[in-house]
Write a protein that binds this ligand. Structure first.
Ligand SMILES: *Cc1c(COP(=O)(O)O)cnc(C)c1O
Length: 378
């Protein structure tokens, strides 16, 4: 089992040893019988510590990210929170990329800042600025989102990881937009990968989840302890459903990519659009780097309209593209970041302009998607 698609289907999915069920059951049990005090079967004791459905998911996540250890959480933000708590103490400092998910900024700014962990937004494509931002002995993490949400910025994971290592800083990559099918940050030198599995990995807009994948055993143990002791684990049902979704990740992402490319090219040629942000367009400033560190350009396309009013009118007119937060599901969604997903970033260094619209391009027929966008653009 060496290839991605095969591992996605077979890792930790052996048919049931007793009855041959091809799909392992959902283990809803909150606790496990012990054979005498401390006599655990297969290490299982209590659901918050470990659950067979969650363990199976964690193994496939690690395998797909080329990591040794996976940890599954109740949400993407719960996963991120565990990473920060496991690696930072009061007085420490985190460097955040200059375009990122609004909730990540809010987590650092509104929760961890209060606990004495400082954070600062830096343009990670500016090496000099990054070096200047690193505080010797204090900076513990550099947080990269690539492609970034919502502006689709592409940042050099290998180069940033190299600089981080020179300073003994850990690199975290939020790989939600790319998925491990298109990009594997641990192979490029990053230390920690995080996901909102709510998005492409879940893929059907019916699960909330998050994940952390690492290679280092000590780091894994620290994050695992937070998972266990603070308890933001994924439920057995969510873990099972996420595992089920992973089996089609490769085919879904292929289709997301080809549909997004078609949509981006259509919009790029449309007179009512000021700018299209999609790394698959040759004019995108990150196009060459994306070709190097990714094997496809993903399913998210952002647009800039002339005015905020034009952007909002468009959001109200699409029919197939449903106006909703989130992304990465099989159905296409449209989102107005300034007032939806990134509302918490208003007035901050990662504020998103009101003229920006973000599309999550689903896997419907691209002709129908383009027809819907065309009618919404008038
Ligand atoms: C949605 C999202 C998150 C947060 O994940 P939740 O599952 O909503 O907690 C983090 N990073 C990115 C890039 C996201 O899109």
């Amino acid at each position: 089992m060496t290839e991605f698609e095969t591992r996605a289907i077979h890792v930790s999915q052996d048919p049931d040893a007793n009855n041959g069920a091809v799909i392992p059951p959902i283990y809803m049990s909150s606790t496990h019988k012990q054979d005498g005090v401390g006599g655990l079967r297969d290490g299982f004791e209590y659901n918050r510590a470990a659950n067979p459905s969650r363990s199976a998911l964690q193994e496939v996540l690690a395998s797909l990210e080329s990591g040794k250890f996976g940890l599954s959480f109740a949400s993407g933000l719960a996963a991120e929170d565990a990473v920060v708590r496991a690696t930072c103490a009061p007085g420490d400092h985190v460097v955040l990329g200059s375009d990122l998910y609004g909730g990540t900024f809010r987590l650092m700014n509104r929760i961890h800042r209060g606990a004495g962990i400082d954070s600062e937004v830096v343009d990670l494509s500016d090496e000099k600025a990054l070096r200047l931002a690193i505080r010797p002995g204090k900076t513990k993490l550099i947080w990269i989102e690539t492609p970034s949400n919502p502006m689709l910025g592409i940042f050099d994971i290998a180069r940033i990881s190299e600089i981080a290592k020179e300073h003994g800083v850990l690199t975290v990559v939020d790989n939600t937009f790319a998925t491990p099918y298109l990009q594997r940050p641990l192979e490029l030198g990053a230390d920690i990968v995080t996901h909102s599995t709510t998005k492409f990995i879940g893929g059907h807009s019916d699960i909330l989840g998050g994940a952390v994948i690492v290679n280092d055993a000590e780091l894994h143990e620290k994050i695992r302890f937070i998972q266990f002791a603070a308890g933001a684990v994924s439920s057995p049902f969510d873990a099972w459903l996420t595992h089920r979704s992973i089996k089609t990740l490769a085919v879904r992402v292929e289709k997301h990519c080809s549909n997004a490319q078609a949509v981006a090219e259509f919009l790029d040629a449309h007179k009512n659009i000021e700018q299209v942000y999609y790394p698959g367009l040759p004019a995108h400033p990150g196009h060459e780097l994306a070709k190097k560190q990714m094997s496809g350009f993903g399913g998210i396309v952002s647009l800039r309209f002339k005015t905020e009013k034009a952007a909002k009118d468009f959001c109200n007119k699409t029919k197939l593209f449903t106006l909703a937060e989130s992304l990465g599901g099989v159905e296409s969604l449209v989102n107005h970041p300034a007032e939806m997903t990134h509302a918490s970033a208003k007035g901050s260094p990662i504020e998103v302009g009101g003229e920006i619209v973000r599309l999550s391009v689903g896997i419907e027929n691209p002709k129908d998607l383009i027809a819907d966008l065309a009618q919404a653009l008038g």
